[in-house]
Write a protein that binds this ligand. Sequence first.
Ligand SMILES: O=C1C[C@@](O)(C(=O)O)C[C@@H](O)[C@@H]1O
Length: 225
Amino acid sequence: MATKVCVTIAATNPAKVVNELKKALVKSDYAELRLDFLKPSKIPFCLTLSKKYLDRCVCTLRPKTEGGKFSGTEKERISILKLIAEFEPHLLDVEYNTLRKNKELEKYFKSAKIQTLVSWHDFEKTPDMQTLRSMLKNMSKFSKNIKIVTTAKTIDDTIRILSIYKTAGKTNLIAFAMGDYGRMSRILCTKLGSPYTYVSLGKPVAPGQFSLREMRTILALEGKN
Ligand SMILES: O=C1C[C@@](O)(C(=O)O)C[C@@H](O)[C@@H]1O
């Protein structure tokens, strides 16, 4: 099966988002809409403009506490997350820490049968194996789609994050590390079971991201993509 990629789109106005989305989806399987890069008031219009592509989109509304840009209150963010859910994207990325603290939101997504991607990031390090394993276990209570993204400062960090695929069980796990040392994990995660890997359209949105062109070139070396 061909390896799948997802272009992160972090544009700051709805017209640009749709423009980049159209470009991205020519060569990418999915696109991630980083809706936290938009003013909250512009998000509904952006979703309407992107509507026909949303079945290939992962929607993300990352708060500042998790390395995102969302500028409104947490109450606003929760209500926008519910609005995004109504548009039924391919996946709705929701942080583990958001779901853990908000049982009502968890119930809402479950009863509306929303496909969530429960996510957790560490922008400083890659925790030890035991911590990673228990994160995976705890996150799997919320969704079968799980994303754990850490920061690698050594090759051992990169090997450790990739090692958690051994305990992924039936989950759809996306696990890799950011940073230069983590770059190889962005490729290898797809070989270990990740449903896709994140790339950029041009400039990296996160440390170590390959561009769509670079990743497609790397994957084509295998002859199956
Ligand atoms: O979680 C991720 C992965 C990412 O941080 C990356 O490192 O490619 C990019 C983010 O936009 C996305 O939500």
